[in-house]
Every structure is written in structure tokens, then in C-alpha cells.
Write a protein that binds this ligand. Structure first.
Ligand SMILES: Nc1ncnc2c1ncn2[C@@H]1O[C@H](COP(=O)(O)OP(=O)(O)O)[C@@H](O)[C@H]1O
Ligand SMILES: [Mg+2]
Length: 358
């Protein structure tokens, strides 16, 4: 059963179509990430879900069995049971942490103080911060106050609009985990908007890729990463090696080698490999038939390093029009890295993803 339903949601500003024909559903308790480049309509979509904007005629938004926006229906934002955390947190600068969090609770409710303390605990904010004002907090602490404030109203749905983008990398990862845990513990269905694909892949159980106001693809993160609908989506979700290939009998042959592929396809097609699928052989025997490369650059990265390979011997592909890239970047565990200048054998682990013909 879907919890949040969007059907044919569109939004035009003058002649700019910010959103067109957006449809997807989320399950109760689910975590959805909406990703897309800047200007692809992510914030507009959240504003429509939360009720700060109305969709154009024909669009429908329903939550928990109730239509929030649709033909002759528009529930205002404060009637929607939806929490919203924006990029900058938007805290009230003149209020203390406790009063920011308690803002939605009402001044006089019984147990207000205990409820605030409990919310602070939920987002791992030290009780000693209660009387501080926003300018006396770090960026990560401010975002936790914003989250606690949004959680205070016990929303059915939480919308997070790039809430970690102002934080630096280490803090960002920690905050993402903390927020995911706090929301899971509270059982709140969540939609996270981000332009950071790794954030989206790790946070969500459903990914919606927006491009120019339209849903380019939606599904489980793993499916989208390994089976993207088109090259743009493939590149948006991570590094991708995209090359022409010859498909036959359940195998794809491309310039880097052979790999299992969808057996229902055949002929000349475009395939994708992820850089971590490329395996290297040290000291390849001179007569081996496999593709071969010279390492031109090693970017040491701790556990995993990035290597640039100049392909010096390709597998031959019949009748393929497009040229494969001469240099590919791959990811490999750093344990046994070849040196710059070394010649290595190249092969493919796992299967090749075939793009549907355009
Ligand atoms: N209030 C508005 N008036 C006019 N154009 C807008 C308005 N809000 C958004 N847009 C336009 O809609 C498109 C999508 O914007 P937005 O939803 O903010 O994208 P994102 O959050 O993905 O960066 C952009 O082209 C933006 O300029
Ligand atoms: Mg935005």
C-alpha cells in the first residue's frame, strides 16, 4: 500500500516548466531520496508535497489515504502533518534551542519541557545546549535543532531539502547516519532531496532521479546504480565506463573484454560497466588474448584508489560505430597497486549492463 502518492504532478512558472508529469509512490516508513542536478525541480516538488505550492491542474498529491492536492482540493501546509527541514535549517535566531524545538508544541502544553528534552536526546543534542541561541551552535547542531523542531509535531512525513549540504564531508556522513537513525526510530516516512548521489544511494530504499523536471528513473538504489535507464542517469549516479559492444548468446564483448549480459539482446549495443568491475592482472603473459593497459596515474585514496589506464590493446569488436574511450578510470583496493608505467592485463568482473536502444 502506498503512503504518499504523486500523480502527474506538474508546475509551470510562466514558460518555465519546473516539473512535468511527475508520478511515484512511497511506502509507509520508507526512505526515498530525490536526486537531480541543480534546477531539476527537487525543491519545487517538496514545496508541492508540503503545501507551500499547488500543483498545476491535473496533478494529485495524496498522503495516508487523504487527497491533499487535486481536483478542487487543496489542504494548506499547516494541515498536512508534514515536517520540513531546509538547507539552512531556518531556525528562529532570537529563540533558544528549547524554544525553537518547542515552537510547534504550543507554549502551555503539559510536559512541554520533558518533550523538548526527549526530542533533543532523539537527535543526540547535549541537554546543556538548551538555552543557547542558533548563532552559538555549529552547522551540524543547528540542523539537529531543525530536525527536532520538525519531529516535535509528530509528522506523518518528513521532507529534507539538502539538509547536509552546508556541512563538511566528515560531519555530513555522521549527520546522515544520525538523521537516518532518528527518523527510523521515530518511524517517520522520509523524503530526502540531495544533489549528492552517494548520499542518496546510502540513505534511501527508493531513489527518484529527476532531470529537467521529469522523472528519469525511479527504483531501488542498487537497481538504478547497476541498471540505469540511460547514460546520463548512469553518470549521475557514479563513475561509469560506457562503450559500444557486440552482444551475442548472453555475452557482451567490448574493448575491455567479455562479460555476461542480458541474453535476450543481440547485435551492436551500448553497454555500461562500473569502474570497480574492472580487474587487473599483474605481469600478463605476452600471448594472452585479453585487453591490456598501461597505468598512467594512480590516485591513492586510502582503502580504495583510483587508477587511470591507457588501453594499449583492445578486444576487437565487429561493426561497432562509436569509439570507446582511450583512457579509463577504475577503482581498486589499494593493497596491491601497480605502479605508474606498469603494463597490466584487463578483464571484467560481473555483468555488463546493456542500455535499452534509444
Ligand atoms: N518561484 C519560482 N518562480 C519562477 N521560477 C521558479 C520558481 N521556483 C523555481 N523556479 C524554477 O524552476 C526550476 C526548478 O527549480 P528548483 O525546484 O528550485 O530546482 P532544484 O531544487 O532541483 O535545484 C528552475 O528552473 C527554477 O529557476
Ligand atoms: Mg533546491
Amino acid at each position: 500500500m502506498s503512503f504518499l502518492t504523486l500523480e502527474r504532478v506538474g508546475k509551470r512558472y510562466g514558460h518555465v516548466a519546473a516539473l512535468e508529469d511527475v508520478s511515484f509512490t512511497t511506502a509507509a516508513g520508507g526512505r526515498t531520496a530525490i536526486v537531480g542536478p541543480s534546477g531539476s525541480g527537487k525543491t519545487t516538488l517538496l514545496r508541492i508535497i508540503s503545501g507551500f505550492e499547488a500543483p498545476d491542474a491535473g496533478g494529485l498529491v495524496a498522503l495516508d489515504g487523504k487527497i491533499l492536492a487535486g481536483p478542487r482540493v487543496f489542504a494548506p501546509a499547516h494541515r498536512r502533518d508534514i515536517g520540513f527541514v531546509s538547507q539552512d535549517g531556518a531556525l528562529f535566531p532570537h529563540l533558544t534551542v528549547a524554544d525553537n524545538i518547542g515552537f510547534g508544541l504550543g507554549r502551555d502544553i503539559v510536559g512541554r519541557s520533558e518533550r523538548i528534552a526527549q526530542l533533543m536526546k532523539q537527535v543526540e543534542l547535549d541537554a546543556a545546549m538548551r538555552d543557547r541561541r542558533p548563532h552559538e551552535l555549529s552547522g551540524g547542531q543547528q540542523q539537529r535543532v531543525a530536525l527536532a523542531r520538525a519531529l516535535a509535531r509528530k509528522p506523518k512525513l518528513m521532507l529534507l531539502d539538502e539538509p547536509f549540504s552546508a556541512l563538511d564531508t566528515g560531519l555530513r556522513d555522521a549527520m546522515r547516519r544520525l538523521v537516518a537513525n532518528a527518523l527510523r526510530a521515530a518511524g517517520v516516512t522520509t523524503i530526502l532531496v540531495t544533489h549528492d548521489q552517494s548520499e542518496a544511494l546510502s540513505f534511501a530504499d527508493q531513489l527518484v532521479v529527476l532531470r529537467a523536471g521529469r522523472v528519469a528513473q525511479a527504483g531501488a538504489p542498487r537497481d538504478l546504480y547497476l541498471k540505469p535507464a540511460d547514460p546520463d542517469t548512469a553518470r549521475f549516479l557514479g563513475e561509469a565506463i560506457i562503450a559500444p559492444a557486440e552482444i551475442e548468446g548472453g555475452w557482451a564483448t567490448c574493448f575491455l573484454g567479455r562479460a555476461p549480459a542480458d541474453a535476450s539482446c543481440s547485435g551492436a549495443r551500448l553497454v555500461m560497466l562500473r569502474p570497480e568491475q574492472i580487474a587487473l592482472t599483474r605481469n600478463p603473459p605476452a600471448d594472452a588474448g585479453a585487453a591490456r593497459a598501461v597505468v598512467t596515474e594512480v590516485e591513492y585514496g586510502g582503502g580504495v584508489s583510483i587508477m587511470s589506464l591507457l588501453i594499449v590493446r583492445q578486444m576487437r569488436i565487429e561493426g561497432a560505430g562509436e569509439k570507446p574511450p582511450p583512457v579509463v578510470q577504475i577503482k581498486a583496493l589499494s593493497n596491491d597497486l601497480p605502479a605508474v608505467g606498469e603494463t597490466v592485463g584487463v578483464s571484467i568482473n560481473g555483468s555488463a549492463h546493456i542500455f535499452s536502444a534509444p
